[in-house]
Design a protein around this ligand. Structure first.
Ligand code: F6R
Ligand code: MG
Ligand code: MG
Length: 376
């Protein structure tokens, strides 16, 4: 039985500021999805100020009706957000009219179609205050690092390795790597997560899709800052794919991601339970939640709130320590992102103000002065 799992997310307005989603928006989304005849099942959740629509159906990926449904949910939510004057109401809806696919219109999308296995455990990861490249490090660990995933060494169905599909978000190109043989080649690219993002991972032993992520970059689409592209990612687990625990393990060591305050900082990605997914310190630090489901004929049995486990307390503590240290650097790199990666800048205005005060450095003049000083 072929099932499609579609996760479509958008920030429709923050409550309060950019920290969370108002319950009335979640209720509105619930109501809209409940009224739809297209879905087998659905869940509405949030991470920070982003609403996640988790939907199962039989229409495949990029289905215009499903995308339209999500778009309409976000429009309805926008009305409520406007009424409550929530912060940045409708911020991720970049266009006024739906054109057949939400890609390129603001919302983030991760979807995959597959034959439901005898038992089908999946994890939906969702992050706030960061960007799509945030999945590069954990996806690499899950599917390519034997120090994370022992299955790569001792499970005969994993031992052949995985195929990685990578997007270049600047040039709009895609490329595939076969691992483990091309591990070093892959790392040249995905180590630069602001540009190269892992879009999907496939099992080499079955050819089956194992993971897919959202790779939208809103600022590139809109040509101006419109919020970070808080990403989602789906990972199928077990039986020749990473075990649930192997898929979660990379998050035990919080890696640094771009985003946080004003989309212009580096911070640790903190794994949290759903009720801790409300980034408030300096609008962060960036959060990730993991929602586990068993699929049954497309029905979503779950979620189990996987990072709510005490075993991730230490990761949260580490993330808080890293956050504390980075915060102490204030407006200095590497806490603050390099000029070209910041989502906000006052540089052009400051430059205009200082026009005429920048003068060429005259080396001969300086040498003369130094010589004179030296003679004294
Ligand atoms: C980060 C984010 C927030 C805002 C910040 C300032 O992705 O959304 O950190 O950038 O709260 O928001 P504005 O410019 O709307 O006052
Ligand atoms: Mg927001
Ligand atoms: Mg957000």
């Amino acid at each position: 039985e072929r099932i499609t799992l579609s996760v479509i997310k958008a920030d429709i307005g923050g409550y309060v500021g950019h920290s969370s989603v108002h319950p009335r928006l979640l209720e509105t989304a619930e109501r809209c999805l409940a009224a739809s005849k297209l879905l087998i099942d659905y869940r509405v959740t949030h991470v920070g100020d982003d609403i996640n629509l988790i939907m199962t159906h039989k229409y495949g990926v990029d289905c215009p009706e499903i995308h339209h449904l999500a778009w309409n949910v976000f429009l309805q939510c926008t009305e409520v957000a406007r009424e409550l004057k929530l912060y940045g109401a409708g911020q991720d809806l970049l266009s006024d009219a739906f054109s057949g696919n939400v890609k390129g219109m603001g919302p983030g999308v991760a979807e995959m179609e597959f034959e439901e296995r005898k038992s089908e455990p999946v994890i939906v990861f969702a992050a706030d205050k960061t960007e799509p490249g945030a999945w590069n490090f954990p996806l690499y660990k899950m599917f390519a690092d034997p120090f994370n995933t022992i299955g790569l060494v001792i499970d005969p169905k994993m031992h052949q390795g995985f195929r990685f599909e990578v997007y270049d978000l600047i040039k709009n190109e895609r490329v595939e790597f076969s691992l483990p043989e091309e591990m070093y080649d892959l790392l040249v690219f995905i180590g630069a997560p602001g540009r190269y993002c892992i879009k999907a991972v496939y099992s080499k032993s079955t050819g089956e899709i194992a993971a897919v992520s959202s790779t939208q970059r809103l600022n590139l689409m809109a040509g101006r800052y419109v919020g970070k592209d808080d990403p989602v990612c789906i990972v199928r687990c077990q039986s020749g794919l990473p075990a649930v625990g192997e898929a979660l393990e990379p998050f035990a060591n919080p890696h640094l991601v771009a985003g946080w305050m004003r989309g212009s900082h580096i911070g640790p990605l903190m794994p949290v339970g759903l009720n801790q997914a409300t980034p408030t310190r300096f609008d962060g630090p960036p959060r990730v939640v993991a929602m586990g489901f068993q699929l049954s004929g497309g029905r979503l049995v779950g979620p189990q709130d996987l990072f709510a486990d005490v075993a991730f307390d230490k990761a949260r503590q580490t993330a808080n320590e890293i956050a504390n240290y980075l915060r102490s650097l204030g407006p200095f790199e590497p806490h603050r992102l390099p000029l070209e990666d910041m989502e906000y800048t006052t540089m052009p205005e400051v430059m205009t103000k200082l026009k005429g005060r920048f003068v060429k450095i005259d080396r001969t003049e300086r040498k003369k002065i130094a010589a004179e000083l030296g003679a004294k």
